[in-house]
Design a protein. Structure first.
Length: 332
């Protein structure tokens, strides 16, 4: 029988019969969502970015902060997958997905390079923002801290406490990093896109969001599977510590949003972003079988529309690519 962890007697090259259909479903969703940054024209963005007074200082700051965070976050995620998660998850159908996800993270890093190139940004400055901007550094440090145990070559997932450590870290990667730390940025960049500004960068973020939604869904299924097969780890104390970790992530994300957008623009301000993060956090908690905490309403129903709309064309007045018609997405 296949099992998700500690399956040492099972051949990692034997994918059939598939036991975890969810892993295959997410793999297929990833393939259906295929895109590359170079297909999205950046001409309008370049003109607006370079035009004197084309964007307000607040808008510029917001764009730079988001590119600054995403620039390092994408490769951080890729490294986590390849260097630690892949080592411990030997199940072949899950590994198929991890390979796909690693590729998508490479596309996201490429997207960032493409934006820097198009807008003529200084890569040193952007890449250094995780050092120079405290609210970005706080998020990155939080995630790097979570990799420490898993990256230790002597770490194994045998035993209740080790499985708990592993699941705790998976929650850090998949639920907090991919499911919370990207979302204030998505809301900011997509609200710019909705107002028809920086449409190329906005569309790039939209595709990244679609990918991240699947990453998050895979992560949640993986976590739930581990818990299902190892019910002894799911103690009240452990649930509390995971919830606390997610709430800490929410705090960091709200602080980051305040910093990226001190005055607020386009109907976005610190208060609405806070509400949005709380709404998102409740959904993430419930997705992995934990109780929701905030009961906040979604202040940006258009975000769900963007995520849910997969077949409709032209939901922004921007160019439509055929990927949108083929895409697969469900809101987790
Ligand atoms: Fe990504
Ligand atoms: Mn991702």
């Amino acid at each position: 029988m296949k099992q998700i962890l500690n399956a040492s007697e099972i051949d990692p090259n034997k994918i059939l019969p598939i036991k975890y259909e969810w892993a295959r479903t997410h793999y297929k969703a990833g393939v259906a969502n295929n895109w590359v940054p170079e297909e999205i024209p950046m001409q309008q963005d370049i003109e607006l970015w370079k035009k004197k007074g084309g964007l307000s200082d607040e808008e510029r700051r917001m764009i730079l902060w988001n590119l600054g965070f995403f620039s390092t976050a994408e490769s951080l995620t890729a490294n986590n997958i390849v260097l630690s998660i892949y080592r411990h998850i030997t199940n072949p159908e899950s590994r198929q997905y991890l390979l796909r996800q690693a590729y998508e993270e490479a596309v996201h890093t490429e997207m960032f390079l493409y934006c820097c190139d198009s807008l003529g940004l200084d890569p040193d400055e952007i890449y250094n923002m995780y050092n120079t901007v405290p609210s970005i550094k706080a998020k990155d440090d939080f995630v790097v801290e979570l990799t420490k145990t898993m990256l230790n070559p002597n770490f194994s997932t045998v035993g209740k406490e080790n499985i708990q450590t592993f699941v705790y870290d998976l929650v850090g990667y998949y639920i907090i990093m991919e499911g919370i730390f990207f979302y204030a940025g998505f809301a900011m960049m997509l609200s710019l896109l909705r107002s028809n500004r920086m449409v190329g960068v906005g569309e790039q973020f939209q595709y990244v969001l679609r990918d991240e939604t699947v990453h998050l869904a895979f992560g949640a299924d993986l976590i739930n599977q581990i818990v299902e097969e190892n019910p002894e780890i799911w103690t009240e104390d452990f649930k509390k510590s995971i919830t606390a970790s997610i709430l800490k992530g929410v705090d960091l994300e709200i602080a980051y949003a305040r910093d990226a957008l001190p005055k607020g623009i386009l109907g976005l301000n610190a208060e609405t972003i806070k509400e949005y993060m709380e709404y998102i956090a409740d959904r993430r908690l419930e997705r992995i079988g934990l109780k929701k905490v905030f009961n906040s309403e979604n202040p940006f129903p258009w975000m769900s529309e963007i995520i849910d709309l997969r077949k409709e064309k032209n939901f922004f007045e921007t160019r439509v690519t055929e990927y949108k018609n083929r895409g697969e997405l469900s809101w987790e």
